[in-house]
Structures are given as C-alpha cells and as structure tokens.
Design a protein around this ligand. Structure first.
Ligand code: FHN
Length: 427
C-alpha cells in the first residue's frame, strides 16, 4: 500500500466513523436568493452585485443555534463556505477588502462558526473555492464562468494567473494558521485544464499537510462533482485528496479504487435543489428520503454531507430545520446502525439495505417491500432479535412486514455471536 494511501487511511478514521455532516453554503448570494450561481447565471454586472456587499448584514446570524441544529440532527461535523466562486470572503482575510468584516455585519463569520460548532463538539471544516469570479487575475473562461468581464482584458491572460495563485495559496494559509485546528478543507472545483498543477496543487497540499497534518482534504484539486481524479489510483498523487466527493448522487456501487478497494467518499447533497439560499425553491427532500440516503451511503462505506443554505438574515430555513429534527429523532433511536458502520459482508437484500459494524450486522427494511418479509433465511446467521429503540424481542421465525412498523421500518440485526439487539424503528 502506498504511503499516501496509508496516511489517508489514518487521517480519515474519524471521518468514516462519523458518517453524517452539515454543508453550509452562505454568502452575498443569499440576498438575491436565487442560488449561489446567480451572479454567473444571470450575468449580474459587478456594480449590481456590489450592492449586495454594501447591504449584507445578517442580523440574526447565530452560529450557536446552527450548531445545535446540526448536533440535534445527529450530524458530527460541518463545512462552511469560507469563500465561494463570487470571491466574497466570510473571514477577515488580509489579502482582500471583499470580506464580511468590511460589510455592515463587521463580523468574521468563519471564526464565529468555528467557535460555535467546536463548542457543540462537532468537527469543523471549511469550503474554499478555487474558482474566483471577482479576482482580476483569474482568467475568464467564456460566459459560463466569467460573464461579468465586460472587456476581454482578462480573457485567457494566463500570465496573470500566477498572481491569482499567490492570492489563493495565501488565503488558504490564512485559514490554516489563523483559525485553530481545522478537520476538513473542502476545495471546489477543477474543470477542463484547470486542475492539478494548474493550481500548483502539490505545493498547496504540501503547505496544508505541513501546517495541519491531521486535516482531511477532498479530491477536487483534480476533480469536480462528476469526475474523480487520481484518488482512484493505487498510486495517487500527493494532491489526490483523502476522500472522493460525488455530488447530488450516491454512486451505485460505492466508490472503489482501480483494484476494487473501497476508498473514503462523501456524497454532498442539497436538502432542496439549491446549495445557496433560494426563496422560491420549496422542493425539499423528506426526512424519510434523507434517512434512506444516509443509510444507502453508509451501506456503501460512504458519508453524507447534507447541505443547508441560510438566508440573508443568517437563518437556516425552517423547512430545513424541521426535516433535520426528524432525521435526528431517527438517529437518536437508530444511530448504532450508522455511526461506525459501513458496508456489510452480505449482499444487499431485496427488502432494504444492510450496514455493518465489525461483527455486528444491521439491516434496514424499507416500506416499498411488498407483503411479509421472510427473514428466516437469516435464521442460521442470527440467533436472536431485539429492537434497539426499546429492547423488545422479535422472532425471526415470523414473517415481518411494514404493517407492523408503519412508514419506514428499519430492522437492525446483530450476528449470532454478538446478537444483543435487533430493531425496527417504531416510527
Ligand atoms: O459550483 C459549485 C456549487 O456552487 C456547489 O458549491 C457545489 C457543492 O459541491 N460544488 C460546485 C458544483 O460542483
């Protein structure tokens, strides 16, 4: 095993145990409230977008409340956008004036986020956009990335890109030296020829590893949400990252390297259809759907990073809070089948999914199963059945069906030698 993979395995141990995190996309784009790409999609001129900077004043920003919401939801870590593509910094960078401490809020939003989430016992990470639509030395790449460059002065002027890289590396250094111990750096994203050494990624990763050796980094120095880079290789690059980051999907077979070995991965998924706040997007996933996705990720050795997009006042939308409360209530009762669990030794059953922790096998019955589910096939493998949520006995000899357990019935099995609990969720 390469030393890079050995180091990655050590660094990601806590990550693979915790399984469930909160992604937070927040910034000036919360004011137009049409998603975080609004500036690019709507080709908003710099001057108009500047009005959002002048207006930004999230009077209800309460990161301690955010941290309590995440903790109650059963989330074990959280990642906040320190800078998204629009270049606005939620931290007091010395390298730019385009930062939250220069807005009416006057607040280092990142610092307050980190303090509050650490206080609640969650691990903390920062998202940092490699792309920067504002910086004058970031090359324009057609309308998709740089619609507001009215003149072509900067189009493909690569010679100035090195100035941008100095800025970008400098800000990463600021985050890694000025904000205490960070657990995750979540970079976003590479595309076309803009990947790897175009970002001077080896130098950047070497700095990151030197400053905070324990920190885990995603794979997007080489990848985007669709493609994966060298993290799948048995000889990954020094900047391949510690985990793959499939976006809005859960890979059918989990995420493997070229030899078929499972590698750390985290599916990042929105609660509605937008990362940044959208006042019109009311299409939220149900708590049941979120739980299913979490179970599916864990059943494939993956994590779920579930996104919330706070509004311009600094509030997590009530729809999101309600869903997270319901997910948290399920995890209160069934967390044993998620935290510290991963892919089971058994193939996926037709009635749901398995997760496993060491020699303890957990199974989750999903209500799309039609009719009684005969679990006797497991009889040889499972001596006794108990419900985790209330400790009551279940009998494998009797067909089970979801009529007994309305909505999502989640059965957690334990193998005979360790069979101490079994449980359907009593929801
Ligand atoms: O363009 C970004 C997008 O705004 C969002 O931050 C997602 C989250 O993973 N990443 C990029 C799209 O892949």
């Amino acid at each position: 095993m390469s030393s890079i993979i050995e180091e990655r395995t050590k660094r990601t141990r806590w990550f693979l145990h915790d399984r469930f995190g909160m992604f937070i996309h927040w910034g000036l784009y919360a004011i137009p409230a049409r998603g975080e790409w609004v500036r690019s999609v709507e080709k908003i001129p710099v001057e108009q977008y500047q009005t959002y900077f002048e207006e930004f004043n999230p009077t209800n920003y309460d990161p301690r409340a955010w941290a309590k919401i995440a903790k109650q939801a059963g989330m074990k870590y959280a990642v906040l956008t320190a800078k998204h593509h629009d270049g606005f910094c939620l931290f007091d960078s010395k390298l730019t004036d385009y930062k939250s401490t220069n807005t009416k809020s006057g607040c280092d939003l990142v610092r307050e986020f980190l303090d509050a989430f650490r206080e609640e016992g969650l691990k903390v990470g920062l998202y940092y956009s490699l792309i920067d639509w504002l910086h004058e030395d970031y090359p324009a790449y057609g309308d998709r990335i740089h619609p507001m460059r009215e003149d072509d002065r900067y189009r493909r002027d690569e010679s100035r890109f090195s100035n941008y890289l100095e800025y970008m590396h400098g800000q990463v250094r600021e985050l890694l030296t000025g904000y205490g111990k960070l657990d995750i750096m979540w970079f976003d994203f590479s595309y076309g020829e803009m990947k790897g050494e175009k970002w001077r990624a080896a130098e950047l990763m070497s700095m990151i590893r030197g400053l905070q050796p324990h920190i885990i980094v995603d794979n997007r120095f080489e990848a985007s949400g669709e493609e994966g880079g060298s993290i799948f290789s048995k000889n990954p690059t020094p900047y391949s990252g510690d985990f793959a980051s499939p976006e809005q999907i859960i890979p059918p077979g989990g995420v493997m390297d070229e030899d078929g070995n499972s590698i750390p991965w985290e599916a990042c998924i929105t609660l509605n259809n937008n990362w940044g706040y959208s006042s019109s997007d009311r299409v939220y996933k149900s708590a049941k759907t979120v739980i299913r996705k979490l179970v599916e990720c864990v059943s494939k050795n993956g994590n779920l990073l579930l996104n919330v997009g706070p509004n311009a006042k600094g509030e997590i939308p009530q729809e999101s809070v309600r869903i997270l409360e319901e997910v948290g209530a399920w995890l209160d009762r069934n967390g044993d089948s998620i935290y510290g669990c991963g892919q089971a030794d058994l193939p996926k059953p037709e009635w749901g999914r398995y997760t496993q922790q060491g020699s303890r096998l957990f199974a989750h019955l999903f209500e799309e199963c039609v009719g009684p589910v005969n679990l006797q096939g497991l009889a040889g493998k499972v001596k006794k059945a108990r419900l985790v949520s209330d400790g009551s006995e279940l009998f494998l000899s009797r067909p089970w069906n979801t009529a007994q357990y309305p909505n999502d019935a989640f059965f957690n099995f334990a193998k005979p030698e360790h069979a101490t609990y079994l449980l359907p969720d009593e929801r």
